[in-house]
Design a protein around this ligand. Structure first.
Ligand code: NI
Length: 191
């Protein structure tokens, strides 16, 4: 087990477009170790996802998992998913406003518009190809991690800067309204 240091906003690696992984590289011990480290680091930080460039490795690999996460009790569960070379395609124009945070942007949240329905094509850690549809908050999580691999942070997508909050102020002033709205949305969309 290896928990790595997470780069925070301002570190140039977060602004680099990560490079595509070849099949041989994916099978290599170094890359498999990186995947294990990403999983360990995400879990240690209680995050919903982590991209490789967040631990200083600009390659197109990310991990996603939502179990019973105290940071996000309203989020539907996502089983542990390793995505390599993901390609994300919106399926329509439906959008939802999601209050997001990021392990690389400590103690800040903001409201971001995300596609509700997306197609995600990726390889898993064993090189097996997947072609799936993700919806709702789960689709939002995939968009957040794929953005990282393009050097994009959720900060860039916040259209209304007055929605920025610390965790403390989110809990105090915004959580109840957000959770009520997003719970109704999750009930409707189903994920
Ligand atoms: Ni992030």
């Amino acid at each position: 087990m290896a928990v790595r240091t997470i780069a925070t906003v301002g570190h140039p690696v977060l602004r680099e477009a990560a490079r595509t992984i070849g099949e041989d590289e994916l099978a290599s011990p170094a890359l498999q170790q990186l995947v294990d480290d990403l999983i360990d680091t995400m879990r240690a930080a209680a995050g919903a996802g982590l991209a490789a460039n967040q631990v200083g490795e600009p390659v197109r690999v990310a991990v996603i998992e939502v179990a019973d996460n105290p940071r996000y009790p309203y989020k539907p569960r996502i089983p542990l998913t390793v995505v390599v070379n993901p390609v994300l395609t919106p399926l329509d124009d439906e959008m939802v406003a999601i209050n997001e945070g990021c392990l690389s942007v400590p103690d800040l949240r903001g409201e971001v518009q995300r596609h509700v329905n997306v197609r995600v094509q990726y390889l898993d850690r064993f090189g097996v190809a997947h072609d799936e549809v993700k919806r709702g908050l789960t689709a939002g999580t995939f968009q957040h991690e794929c953005d990282h691999l393009d050097g994009v942070l959720f900060l860039d997508r916040v259209q209304d800067p007055t929605t920025f909050t610390t965790w403390e102020q989110f809990e105090r002033h915004h959580r109840a309204a957000f959770v009520a709205r997003i719970t109704a949305f999750v009930d409707r969309v189903g994920s």
